[in-house]
Design a protein around this ligand. Structure first.
Ligand code: ADP
Length: 335
């Protein structure tokens, strides 16, 4: 697919370069012809004026009103030729820019859809395969209570993973069509506490320092902000080592509530920091990557923050890891 687009791009460049060279050549010829025509007309005028005894010398001719008018027209035409050539050349350069831009968008979309297909296939197939295996084990073998317990909790984990994936897919689709925030008062402390409790049950050795104070209320979309916090915290865990150590900070300024989530994990290279918020974007290569995911989480996070008219950024943590910081303006409840 990419090579096909690349072929068209190279072909269009070749055509445009040919047009540029032709344009330069014809403009140059026109310029010379215009000059020749001017010299010939001036010569004819001079001869006529001398024959009619209207002028006596070259100086007289250069001051003659007909010659001045001829020269003015010539200068104007010269400027027109150069101006038109410049405008046409500029148009061609803009064309090149559009082709390049379109090509880059096309390759990005192709890469994203390849990434999406690879990761979604894996993300859907592996929990389904685990659940199927667990159910087959239940039906074929006699299990003791402990085994039933372990198998069931694994099946629940896999089901939750599928549920999370389907929710993210639906949310991402909704973001592009109907999602709008429903403003309500949210207890930020209670919300983060609930998410932390849920994550702690799933993640052994998890340490989260939550510095959000009890009774911190903000106005926003509860469902959306819950998805923002869950996605950021889940990522912070996923991209940390076996003992994730996270911090949640909150700060209130005159205009904003600012929340940051920092981890001491893998970190994100500077060149990828903006890209990670793109739909389906995942750092690294889909064929070799070990972590599970679809590249939808941060896209959803950014869309929700945008809908709140807030901002989100990612920076390096010291000595390692990432800090995701989002700010939400103080919104008002609709009357
Ligand atoms: P997913 O986690 O499903 O791949 P996301 O949209 O949530 O998708 O994240 C996009 C990419 O950003 C991830 O693939 C990962 O490479 C990178 N990333 C996100 N959060 C972190 C983090 N806390 N530390 C390091 N890398 C991260």
């Amino acid at each position: 697919m990419e090579t096909k687009y690349n072929k068209y791009r190279i072909l269009s460049y070749a055509v445009i370069i040919y047009m540029l060279v032709a344009l330069g050549w014809w403009s140059y010829l026109l310029y010379l012809k215009n000059n020749d025509a001017f010299l010939a007309k001036a010569e004819l005028l001079k001869i006529t004026k001398i024959a009619e005894r209207q002028i006596n010398s070259i100086e007289d001719f250069q001051l003659d009103s007909d010659f001045v008018e001829l020269q003015r027209k010539y200068n104007l035409q010269e400027k027109m030729i150069l101006g038109e050539a410049a405008v046409l050349a500029l148009t061609l350069f803009i064309g090149i820019w559009f082709i390049n831009n379109g090509y880059q968008k096309q390759t990005k979309a192709a890469r994203q859809s390849r990434n999406f297909l690879l990761s979604i296939t894996h993300e859907l197939k592996s929990p389904l395969a685990s659940i199927k295996l667990i159910l087959q084990t239940f039906s074929k073998r006699k299990l003791n209570q402990d085994q039933i317990q372990t198998f069931s909790s694994n099946a629940i984990k896999e089901t939750e993973r599928l549920e999370g994936l389907v929710n993210n897919l639906l949310l991402a689709a909704k973001m592009e069509t109907t999602f709008d925030i429903q403003k309500e008062e949210i207890d930020l402390f209670m919300m983060t506490d609930g998410i932390i409790e849920h994550l702690s049950n799933k993640t052994p050795n998890l340490i989260i320092n939550n510095s959000i104070k009890p009774n911190t209320h903000i106005i926003g979309d509860a469902f959306g902000l819950n998805a923002v916090l869950s996605n950021l915290l889940e990522n912070a865990i996923k991209y940390s080592d076996n003992a994730p150590n996270l911090n949640i900070n909150h700060q209130r300024t005159n205009n904003f509530d600012i929340v940051s989530i920092s981890d001491a994990g893998l970190g994100i290279p500077d060149s990828e920091k903006k890209l990670v918020f793109d739909k389906f974007y995942r750092v690294g290569n889909e064929d070799t990557r070990k972590t599970k995911g679809t590249g939808l989480g941060l896209y959803i996070v950014k869309q929700i923050i945008d809908k709140h008219k807030g901002q989100i950024k990612v920076e390096n943590n010291i000595p390692n890891g990432s800090i995701f910081t989002f700010s939400i303006p103080h919104l008002k409840l609709e009357a």
